[in-house]
Design a protein around this ligand. Structure first.
Ligand SMILES: [Zn+2]
Length: 376
């Protein structure tokens, strides 16, 4: 009996320790664990993702993230409810904690921020963080048709039916993460600058600072209505398969300089540069990815039958092609005929000239035949 209690206690400690080592987790648990001293779970890194599989059971599961999203096969699901966010418009009266935890750049979020609609339950925000690469290697975690974006933002929420993130993290319906792709634009993004301008203050691993609140909604794409949805996992150990993923189709843009700040400022353990903090693609294993919108415009390619308009366009264009072919054939025929006529006339006139000047000369039979051809 005592042994059982000890075993259960031990398991719980393990779960709490491993979940708090996750970047998808809240900062308070992490700090508690950090102050106790680092556990072995804390030492996972992106350079050796294979070792996650043996150290964390769930990392070799069949519902892992990130994945590639193949837009050609993703079906439109009209039943997907559009998201309604609440409380994202923070003001300067709130202060937010910005952390370099050695794995990512993370911003703690207040519980007033919620996903009010879009799921069966209300989900409350806990933190947001980023994944990126280097100047040479784009570092988004998800890919669209096997293409990486330069970076990706994740806003982590937990189901309000659970007391906190740590408790929700291991429950099947525990987490909802919003993912947005970050691309390069011509101009600085003022909203991202509110975070990026503080990077130099937290370049050392396990350091943090505070920044004034701002409208966090502006870190996400303009349209939240076009998204992909699938069931997946935390993309860091312990890889719990408890995330309902929403990956937005539209991307966000920051300037090249801002992206470089993200890629080149933060340090991880042994004062190494914190970059390429993205996990490799995971297999779908039969999972369905759904889209809240028609991923392909109705061009009559593969998925939908051509409409009347498209039919008439096809007819019209084939009519044009026929006209061009016949026109070209006619032009070639006229050209060949003209050249031939010209040559024969030349020969005929030469023959006439020759027969006048030199009566002894007798033209060959072939020439005579050809002349007759021209005449007739
Ligand atoms: Zn993430």
């Amino acid at each position: 009996m005592l042994l059982d209690i000890l075993l259960i206690f031990h398991l719980q400690v393990l779960v709490i320790a491993s979940s708090s080592s996750s970047e998808e987790d809240g900062s308070s648990e992490r700090e508690a664990e950090h102050s106790k001293g680092s556990s072995h779970q804390h030492h996972w890194g992106y350079h050796d993702q294979e070792s996650w599989l043996s150290a964390f059971e769930d990392c070799s599961g069949k519902s892992q993230s990130p994945i590639n999203i193949d837009t050609h096969t993703v079906p439109y699901d009209p039943k997907l409810a559009l998201l309604k966010l609440e409380g994202y418009d923070l003001t300067g009266s709130t202060t937010l904690k910005l952390i370099n935890n050695g794995h990512t750049l993370q911003l703690s979020l207040p519980s007033s921020m919620r996903i009010l609609r879009g799921f069966d339950h209300v989900y409350v925000a806990a933190q947001l963080h980023f994944h990126w690469g280097t100047k040479e290697v784009p570092g988004s975690e998800h890919t669209i048709d096997n293409v990486h974006y330069p970076a990706e933002i994740h806003v982590v929420h937990f189901n309000t039916k659970y007391a906190n993130l740590a408790e929700a993290a291991s429950k099947a319906d525990g987490l909802a993460v919003l993912g947005g792709f970050i691309g390069i634009g011509l101009h600085d993004n003022d909203n991202y600058e509110k975070i990026l301008s503080a990077l130099t203050d937290i370049s050392i691993e396990e350091s943090d600072t505070e920044i004034p609140g701002f409208n966090v909604r502006h870190l996400l794409p303009d349209s939240l209505d076009r998204f992909y949805r699938y069931n997946g996992s935390l993309t860091t150990p312990p890889c719990f398969q408890t995330v309902s993923w929403t990956v937005f189709n539209d991307s966000i843009r920051v300037s090249r300089r801002q992206l470089a700040d993200l890629e080149d400022t933060l340090k991880t353990e042994h004062n190494k540069l914190l970059s390429k903090n993205f996990r490799a693609q995971q297999l779908l294993h039969g999972r369905k990815v759904l889209a809240s919108f028609h991923t392909e415009p109705a061009t009559g390619k593969t998925k939908s039958l051509p409409t009347e308009t498209e039919d008439s366009i096809i007819m019209e264009s084939s009519g044009h092609i026929l006209a061009i072919v016949f026109g070209a054939l006619f032009a070639v025929t006229v050209l060949v005929f003209s050249v031939y006529t010209y040559q024969q006339r030349k020969k005929y006139s030469k023959f006439k000239k020759d027969s006048k000047q030199n009566v002894i000369y007798k033209p060959a039979v072939v020439d005579m035949d050809q002349t007759s051809l021209t005449v007739t």
